[in-house]
Design a protein around this ligand. Sequence first.
Ligand code: ADP
Ligand code: ZN
Length: 217
Amino acid sequence: MKLVFIGPPGVGKGTYAQAVSQRFQIPHISTGDIFREEVKRGSELGRKVQYYLERGLLVPDEIVVEVVKARLSQDDCRRGFILDGFPRTLAQAEALEGFAPPDLVLNFVADDSVIVERLSGRRVCSKCGAIYHVKYMPPRFPGTCDKCGAPLVVRKDDRPEVIAERLALYREQFSPIISYYERRGKLVTISANAQAPEVIPVVISTIERFLRGRGQL
Ligand code: ADP
Ligand code: ZN
């Protein structure tokens, strides 16, 4: 099962990907995570992409495509994968169609008001990186990490004044990719206005329905 997950920041993509990864035993591959990890390790690739990550710029297509190609050729991807954060340009979508055409593309949508509430309520531990939400996943003591006791902070790009800008950028960047998959009949749109425990079963049953349709379940 080759899956691509698309959705704006704050839609809960990572949470759904984790659930789908467990249910179908396929890896969750996030290009953002791969790049951050390489930068942390100080690898050759990390040094190459650090410039772009620090400036919030897209890593050049040639580099991203090579990284994804190499990752998908690993053994754990034989039965499929979930791509998260890739493709992010039309050129990347076209390249992917050439070496590992996705079976299904899940397009997660939520109302702007829901996204703004989720992102602006998010708090991150300044020390260990644990993630909380003031309303949906509050720490035991306000402003303090349950795990390590360090202060919680608002990520720079979760500030309310930046969120609208991120959403506009997302729409601009992804609308051609969404149309690309729509034209190929691969796109399924899933509403993620509800909380994750309600959305996850919808995601799972959408994938199961697709597999059944192909006689693979
Ligand atoms: P963000 O929502 O902050 O962009 P991601 O985790 O998706 O978070 O990506 C982090 C960074 O990694 C991006 O800002 C970009 O520099 C790089 N990146 C990740 N995926 C891609 C991609 N498919 N194409 C180009 N750059 C990417
Ligand atoms: Zn902590």
